[in-house]
Design a protein around this ligand. Sequence first.
Ligand SMILES: NC(=O)c1ccc[n+]([C@@H]2O[C@H](COP(=O)([O-])OP(=O)(O)OC[C@H]3O[C@@H](n4cnc5c(N)ncnc54)[C@H](O)[C@@H]3O)[C@@H](O)[C@H]2O)c1
Length: 375
Amino acid sequence: MSNPAIKTSLNNDVAIYPLKPHGHPLMGVASPSREEIRAKLLTDKIRHISMADIDALPILNAMSHMAFQARNLARASQIFEAMLRDQQCGIFLCLAGSLISTGLKQIIVEMIDNNMIDCICSTGANIVDQDFFEALGFSHYRGHIDIDDNLLREASIDRIYDTFIDEEELRICDDTIRQITDSLPPKPYSSREFIKHMGQYLVKQNKGQDSIVRKAFEKDIPIFVPAFSDCSAGFGLVHHQFENRGKPMVTLDSARDFLEITEVKLAAGESGIYMIGGGVPKNFVQDTVVAAEVLGKEVNMHKYAVQVTVADVRDGALSSSTLQEACSWGKVSMTYEQMVYCEASLAVPLISAYGLQSGAAKGRQARRFAKLFKD
Ligand SMILES: NC(=O)c1ccc[n+]([C@@H]2O[C@H](COP(=O)([O-])OP(=O)(O)OC[C@H]3O[C@@H](n4cnc5c(N)ncnc54)[C@H](O)[C@@H]3O)[C@@H](O)[C@H]2O)c1
């Protein structure tokens, strides 16, 4: 006998379906066709959570009197509030992991709308495969972890944990990057400059009004993706370079990325970092302090730092390294820093909504760091 879905106080469309055996929509369908698989699995879109869905102050107040990660989460939120209230402080947002596909896009867009961040440093997947992809009109779908991945392969559906993506649409995203690349004068670009052209493309095409790439472009917030080829953008760039071998072509200059983001740190003066996940973006932004010193400039360490991560400190890797450890390298001041060991989809809506709902962002001036660059 099959188990029925259980209705709860949440909307009926998110009722609890039995996970095992095979609670997914292909349950009981014998040898489904490719079209059947796609029709049944690519239907239930990920909806992005908004700060308006959250009443952050009471929950974080309560958590501040608890222990473990609840208390760390509350302290991280207070540090985010402090960086927002500090009128001298430029705020860097670092993104790693699959954050946009998870439903966190709107939170980041709302931070842009409310002048809560001044510079973004991200992995390529968040900016290209996920945000720009949705800006083109495509969606991520609520998926299932107990599905047969061979069936997904046959139906051109990609899986990120419990999220599905239509690979045919992802190919269109890759090809759109190729088209943008082909349209640019052949020369080296920083990822920031290239992503600015992606923003311009969306404006011209009248697409992606609610996307990070377009919003950041319109508010002069530079976006850096130091490993730009390691995502959907890479396929478009590979195609462009293959077709233009032996001729002038578009290339990416990651050293220029480092120089430019260091220039942002120099212009920011005091700085704070809101790190979601770890990886390359975490190190790249932290290293701007050291790079400025190498250039003979006097800069303060990052004054405020918050990191949300699931990384385990025992591996000794950068993603897991504590912010105290970063102090030994001269990157992050130890006074206002907090690690939160929590998966981002849980912690980020709360920290971000607290930042806004505390009133700390009211009257905060947009720093418009993209204007530092004259291209
Ligand atoms: N994630 C994807 O779906 C995807 C897709 C295509 C390409 N890529 C590329 O792979 C490279 C690595 O990207 P990545 O996304 O795997 O990040 P990553 O492996 O660089 O993440 C670094 C660390 O961030 C932390 N982290 C990641 N997700 C988290 C979460 N939800 N909550 C808390 N902490 C989290 C983990 O500690 C992880 O070790 C990038 O260049 C990216 O462009 C990723």
